[in-house]
Structures are given as structure tokens and as C-alpha cells.
Design a protein around this ligand. Structure first.
Ligand code: 1PR
Length: 619
């Protein structure tokens, strides 16, 4: 196969291997990382004939750049043990290797180069040893990436990794659930059919003549992009099998067992459009006895209106999260609602909740509350980045920032300067903006005239108590306790610029009321930004979900009370576990074409068909 030259440097092909057992296309590599010209540490690597570890051992390449806990949990859940790569020889000695790339392309390549692992990886892959790259672990196999670059990759697969184009209305990052178009015999995807898998990424590799022999599936998000590649025993996927529920676990298991694939003909099917997500939210706090409980407020008041005035206790966080996962939630969010006043790293139970939950919940987990710089009672200072890192290490895939993002946005709008020091900027720089959600807690303020207010206001569908036709949405901090001089619109635009990857848009007025989402607010914000917006607060009936997806450009809808009160026992999954023939799919800015009734029907309580048939995905 010809290796395409790419703009930043020229590629000269050099023979690396002479083994006739190798696929011819693996005999030549660009002379960057895997060749002689950019020698790393000039070792002579060879793959051990008798690889180490038994059949139940998986070697994991975790170069320490982020959260690979979910991958670990999924591997263990499937009954395999993990051997961590400590040195390049561990790669060469692996029986099967999983490389869950996380973080930024350049940082990952730096680590791989510095540790001599890039060369070992190339050697291992060229020898057609069992390999599975995940997300960045797929991108790194290509020649280069435009992410903060161009930056050279391993150069095993022809092509340049580029950013999704958001100018055509597609929100970047691409976050959510898609079905794939199987392009060739993928082996590990043999059973996937029209089922959805979870993506979260801003960069992607595109199909071309030069890499077409590698491509096993593609997906579409504005452009056609490569969803997976396969050559022999070498696989890599852009999506996250470890976060794709039972379907993802099945893909992982096929790779780990590596016995049953390779015989089935791919099913002809187009890739799906991005599905709207439904997120189950658990507001968590310590009750008056100090136990961490799931609670739920009415307009943020979480205390019972009784003599004792106790915190409303709706159950145990780990149990409820597990239940919602089983019921088909596309994602689960924990909000540590008193995190603004307690120090979250002192709140070890919350970290434990994350650890236990992530052992059995294989869809994305978000955690929020208390992400800010903090000095504890002993004078030890913790940065917000350290707080977030602890959350990621404990199993979170995304963190959500509330109050601190408001302060950062105010500062940015006042000075016009991005200091790079806010929690939002720091965390998104290190973990990527797809890992940072900003949670907005606005309160509706009615006004008579647009001129009465300096913030963006909307004409409301239902006039205010004194006949006001307009309203603006005032941001609050500290769990709604303090109003700030900034509107939700101004905040959303500012945090997008500062590096937020997603917006969780609550509404204090609607919270817990069960009367539906605030459509005016959600339309205002989802039209204003090009990152995904999660509509939150007010869901009380299945129709409210269809309404918010039909009337606004929200990418996801989050609810709490409706699930806790068991009014909708099955989570209304549009993307994943409960995908109903892809019927809820919507693309970019276009609206749901599905009639309300059909969606509402699909969202119906306890509808057993919401789950895919267990076989062949049962364990
Ligand atoms: O400011 O960074 O410490 O973050 C605190 C986080 O805790 C924020 O995300 C904030 O939204 C949340 N929070 C603080 N106080 C409360 C409270 O309820 N007293 N909960 C609170 C926010 C709102 C939603 C809720 C939806 C759906 N809860 O998350 O789950 O409104 O509810 P519904 O479907 O029942 O209507 P920081």
C-alpha cells in the first residue's frame, strides 16, 4: 500500500520487516516514528514468540494521561485480568494489548516517544499481534493529527486526523450514540447490526483511497469518518466500547476472546445519525446523619416540609445509578449539590460512590459539585485540576463545573482576557473539552421591556405574573442561593470560548415541577452555542422529552424526579440500550421528524422492547 505523504513532512518508505508472514502493507512504514530516521532509542525490538500471561490476561497500555478506569472495569467485568505496561518490553511480550488513548494527541505521542513505547507499539502491531486501540488509540495509528499541530503519529495507517467542521451546524465535540456502517469484515463488530455505540471526540480520521483497506466501519457526523479499522488481528475503534453498554461489552469480549470472529459477512446498513441522549441525574448530598443519599428538590429546596425538615432521601446513589443503567439510561450524572461548601476530596464517600458505580455502569458518568481551588483545614492547597483529576481517577468520564464557571465567565467578560487559569480552562486543556460540562443554574426574571435589561432576554410564551412579555435568565451560584450579574446566554457563550465541551442547562423555576422543560430558555441557549446542550429541569411526562427535542436544538435531556418517583421506570433511551430502530435519531440542527405520539409511545413506562434482545449480548 502506498503511504500518503502529508503536508508537514515528507514520508520516505523504508522496509522494516522481512517476514513473509506479514501482510504486505505492513512491510513498509513512513520513516517517522516507526522508521530509522527519527530514531527514538535505537533498540532492536522483537516480539516474543511465547507471549507472557495466560489466556485470561490482557495487557493495558495506560500512559497515565487520563481516566482509563472504565476500560479496566469493563475488562475485569468480562472476567479478564490486567497487566499494565511498565516498559516497552511489556508491549512486545503481550498476548493481547489494549490501548485506550486519552487526552491530547501531542501529549500522548510525547509520552510514547519518551518512554520508547512508540517503537515497541509499531513493532507489535506490524507483527499482527492482537491489538485494540480505543479513541485516541485509533487516531495515534495515523500519520499525523491537526490537534494542536500538525503532530506526527505512529504512521501505521495513511491519513491525517482532523477536527470536525462545526461551521455547517454540527456541534463539536461529537458526543453521543450512533449506529455504524460496516464496511468490511470487522470481526469484533460482527454482531453489532443497527445497535448504537458511544462516541465522544472532536477529531476524526477520514476515509481515503490510501486507507480504505484498513477501514472496517464508518460513521457520519457532517462528514463520513472512520469509526473503526481492522487488519488481521489489529483493531482500533473511534468510539468507546467500554461506555457503550451491553453492545460495547460484547465488542470488547469478541476482541478478548478472539476466537469467534472473522466468518460472518457484514450486514449492509447505513450509519445512523446522532441520537438524542436521555440522562438520569442523581443529586447527591449528605443527609443530617452524614449518609450520602440521593435527594431531589423542588426549585432546589431539598428539605421535606415536615417538623424535622430533613433532607429528602430517595435512595442510595450506587444502587440507583446501577438501576438506571440497567433501565437504559444513555448517561448517568451525579451532582454533589453541597460541593460548593464542602471540600469534595474530603467527601470520600462521593469518590467511593464513583468507584463502585463505574464497576458496573458502562455508560458515561458525569460528576459535578465543588470543582474549584480549595485550601483545607491544614493549609494544604488543592487546585481545581487536582479535584477534577481525583474525580476522573475514581471513574468519572466528565466533570461538571457550576459556580466556578460563573466566576470565570464574569472575569472573562469583564477583562476580555483568557487567563488560562480558571478551572474550566485548566481542566479542558488537560483532559480535553469533551470532558468538561458547565452546569448553569439560572432563574427566570420577567421584564416589561427589552430595554430594561442589559442581558439577552427572550419573548416568553407565557407572560409573567404582571403581564411581562420578556424574561432574562439570571445565573446563580452556590446551589441557587446567590444571583450573579450575568445572564445564561452571556454565560453560555463565554464558557464555550473558555473551553466547555457541553452545557448542562438547568432552570430553577422548573426544577422538580414536572410541568415540562423551559423551552424558551433551552431554545435561547441551544441556538447560541455550537457545543451540545443538555436540557434539564421540569420533565414530568414522556411528552416533555419529545417536546424539548422537537422544539429546541438540545442534544440531550436530563431528568431526575420522574425517574426517582418511578413515573417512568424505563429510562427513555434514544441512543443506546433502548434504541428503538434508530427512530429517535436527529442530525445536527434538524428536528426530530418522528410524530409525538410515536416518540411518546416509545418512551412509555416499562416498555419491554426498550432493551435490545439479550442474545447475543448476554453475559
Ligand atoms: O457550584 O460547581 O459546586 O456545582 C453544584 C452543582 O449542584 C450544580 O450542577 C448545581 O446545578 C447542583 N445543585 C446545587 N444545588 C442544587 C439543589 O437542587 N439544591 N441541584 C443542585 C441541581 C438540578 C438538576 C436536577 C434537574 C432535574 N439540580 O440537576 O437534577 O433540575 O430535576 P427534575 O427532573 O426533577 O426536574 P458547583
Amino acid at each position: 500500500m502506498e503511504v500518503m505523504p502529508f503536508s508537514s513532512f515528507s514520508v520516505t518508505k523504508v522496509p522494516i520487516f522481512r517476514s513473509s508472514a506479514l501482510s504486505p502493507s505492513l512491510n513498509y512504514l513512513p520513516q517517522d516514528v516507526c522508521g530509522q530516521k527519527f530514531k527514538l532509542k535505537s533498540r532492536k525490538f522483537s516480539v516474543c514468540a511465547a507471549a507472557s500471561g495466560g489466556d485470561s490476561v490482557v495487557t493495558l497500555l495506560d500512559y497515565g494521561a487520563g481516566n482509563v478506569r472504565s476500560v479496566r472495569n469493563a475488562i475485569r467485568y468480562l472476567g479478564f485480568d490486567i497487566k499494565d505496561v511498565q516498559c516497552p518490553e511489556d508491549i512486545l511480550n503481550a498476548n493481547r494489548l489494549i490501548f485506550p488513548g486519552v487526552g491530547a494527541f501531542a501529549a500522548a505521542m510525547n509520552v510514547l516517544n519518551q518512554k520508547g513505547m512508540a517503537e515497541a507499539l509499531c513493532t507489535y502491531i506490524q507483527s499482527d499481534r492482537p491489538f485494540l486501540g480505543i479513541c485516541l488509540g485509533l487516531q495515534l495509528l495515523f500519520e499525523s493529527s491537526e490537534e494542536n499541530g500538525p503532530v506526527k503519529g505512529l504512521g501505521l495507517v495513511p491519513g491525517v486526523v482532523g477536527r470536525f467542521d462545526s461551521s455547517n451546524g454540527f456541534r463539536v465535540p461529537h458526543i453521543g450514540w450512533n449506529a455504524l456502517k460496516i464496511e468490511s469484515n470487522s470481526g469484533i463488530l460482527d454482531d453489532i447490526g443497527g445497535r448504537h455505540v458511544y462516541f465522544v471526540h472532536s477529531y476524526r480520521a477520514m476515509p481515503s483511497n490510501d486507507n480504505k483497506d484498513w477501514i472496517s466501519s464508518t460513521c457520519n457526523y457532517g462528514d463520513n469518518f472512520i469509526a473503526s479499522i481492522r487488519r488481521g488481528n489489529v483493531h482500533a475503534v473511534q468510539f468507546h466500547p467500554e461506555k457503550s453498554g451491553v453492545v460495547g461489552l460484547s465488542i470488547l469480549r469478541r476482541f478478548l476472546q478472539a476466537k469467534h470472529y472473522g466468518v460472518q459477512r457484514p450486514i449492509e446498513r447505513e450509519a445512523s445519525k446522532l441520537a438524542k441522549r436521555v440522562i438520569a441525574c442523581l443529586d447527591v448530598r449528605a443527609n443530617d446523619r452524614g449518609d450520602l443519599v440521593v435527594t431531589k428538590g423542588d426549585q432546589y429546596d431539598v428539605r421535606e416540609h415536615t417538623k424535622q425538615n430533613e433532607v429528602r432521601n430517595l435512595g442510595k446513589p450506587v444502587e440507583l445509578a446501577g438501576q438506571y443503567y440497567k433501565d437504559g439510561a444513555d448517561e448517568v450524572s451525579f451532582l454533589n449539590i453541597t460541593g460548593f461548601r464542602d471540600f469534595p476530596l474530603g467527601d470520600l464517600p462521593m469518590l467511593q460512590v464513583l468507584r463502585y458505580t463505574s464497576e458496573n455502569v458502562f455508560v458515561p458518568l458525569t460528576v459535578g459539585g465543588g470543582i474549584r481551588d480549595f485550601t483545607d483545614g491544614n493549609g494544604r492547597h488543592y487546585t481545581s485540576l487536582e479535584v477534577a483529576s481525583e474525580y476522573f481517577r475514581s471513574g468519572a468520564d466528565k466533570v461538571s463545573i457550576g459556580s466556578d464557571a460563573v466566576y470565570a465567565a464574569e472575569e472573562y467578560l469583564r477583562t476580555g482576557v483568557k487567563t488560562g487559569k480558571s478551572s474550566l480552562e485548566q481542566i479542558s486543556r488537560v483532559y480535553g473539552n469533551q470532558a468538561v460540562v458547565v452546569s448553569i443554574d439560572p432563574r427566570k426574571v420577567y421584564v416589561k421591556n427589552l430595554d430594561d435589561i442589559e442581558f439577552k432576554a427572550v419573548r416568553v410564551k407565557v407572560p409573567g405574573p404582571n403581564g411581562e412579555e420578556y424574561a432574562w435568565y439570571q445565573c446563580t451560584v452556590n446551589g441557587g442561593r446567590e444571583g450573579r450579574p450575568i445572564g445564561a446566554y452571556e454565560l453560555a457563550k463565554a464558557v464555550e470560548e473558555l473551553g466547555a465541551g457541553e452545557i448542562l442547562l438547568n432552570c430553577i423555576d422548573c426544577d422538580g415541577q414536572g410541568k415540562g422543560f423551559d423551552i424558551d430558555l433551552i431554545k435561547l441557549i441551544s441556538d447560541a452555542v455550537s457545543i451540545p446542550v443538555i436540557a434539564s429541569s421540569g420533565a414530568g411526562a414522556v411528552e416533555h422529552f419529545s417536546e424539548v427535542f422537537r422544539e429546541t436544538n438540545a442534544s440531550a435531556a436530563l431528568a431526575a424526579g420522574i425517574f426517582h418517583r418511578k413515573e417512568v421506570r424505563r429510562v427513555i433511551s434514544t441512543g443506546t440500550q433502548g434504541s428503538i430502530n434508530g427512530s429517535h435519531e436527529v442530525q445536527g440542527c434538524t428536528h426530530l421528524s418522528l410524530p409525538d405520539a410515536a416518540l411518546a409511545g416509545a418512551l412509555f413506562i416499562g416498555l419491554p422492547l426498550l432493551r435490545e434482545p439479550c442474545s447475543p449480548y448476554e453475559y
